[in-house]
Write a protein that binds this ligand. Sequence first.
Ligand code: MN
Length: 427
Amino acid sequence: MQITRAEVNRFNQDKTKNHKDQFEFLKKQLVNKGVAVEAIVQQIQDFQVAIPSWALGAGGTRFGRFSIGGEPSNLEEKIDDVGLIHALTQSAGAISLHIPWDIPGDTEAIMQRAKEHGLLFDAVNSNTFQDQTNQTYSYKFGSLCHVDPAVRAQAVQHNKDVIDIGVKLGSKSLTVWLADGSVFPGQLNFQQALARTQGSLQEIYEYMPADWSLFIEYKPYEPNFYSTVIQDWGTSHLLANACGERAYCLVDLGHHLPNTNIEQIVATLLWRGKLGGFHFNDSKYGDDDVTVGSIKPYQLFLIFNELVAGMADNQANNPPLAWMIDASHNVKDPIEDLIQSLEAIRLAYAQALVIDQAQLEAARDKNDVTLAQEILQEAYRTDLRPLVREARLRAGGALDPIGYCRAIDIRKVLIEERGLETVATGL
Ligand SMILES: [Mn+2]
């Protein structure tokens, strides 16, 4: 199914007046405070987040997976689902492919399909955390870090294949997340495992075209529970430096131990010009991968504050960041879930944009701790949803995307089209 602009406009009609009243009221208040509202609406409109190709099916945990019906069973249908989300939100203008779950058969046709939905191909993701059928060597004991050079060579070759696929689609970056590590003390020689990983990553880096970037993701634990080779931002940074200028760290919000100050990590990486990308999700305990902004929206806002301030200052010439949602959803419809995540991301971005950074800096210079807190919380506690809605409306999206999904019973339509039994490839 495809949602047309005319259908969205029709749906917006009876909601527009109420929205305009709210927007004009907020705008007046913000303008009085000296906020450049029109520029901010434009910035929100420009902010696009990639949807991973595996996010459109029913998510799962290690305990079970509950089918939702009408799941996209091939890449074409996944692109269609991202297209639906983009048509309604105008904020998901890219898709991030996970290889080998979503290898394009006919590249030209896939690119044409994406183009029809107004979608670009963002970073491609390799997978050496699972064994594929007919694979020569197993990754049970690691991939890029493996003690056996033949296993490492196979994992490096897979990454090169992923780059080749990405080149054809117009992607410009490769994201590497490794599950490599150990489950028990004594299993792995830490120094040698890290050195081998560095060697493998360097080989992948050298293979990339000159206009590509390498994003190195880190994670403290899971699926290995004693040690992970790339456990934290420091290790990722060290490896990125060893690879070269176009290698960067990738921050996944769920890949931190509880209470880690992620906003400080973001600031540190921006200061070094080494922040490449972001994976959005939220969590209560570990890498829970729940909907963005559903548990710790204030943390998300504080992270965006560092991103906005850091990219405005940007003395280290950090490149524009790659944004992707990396969340799972085993109790919600993935389309609605992703819409909620996109909304949370744009709202946090808007909240950060209305902060007067000069005023905040002045408060810091005077060690006025109270004022600094007031400035942040004033931005966070102002209801900026009308700004986000206005950005969406101007781009041709729905004022209420979830309301739209429910009004047309989108899942029912997809089940009618695709059947109840379809299963999306992925986790
Ligand atoms: Mn991730």
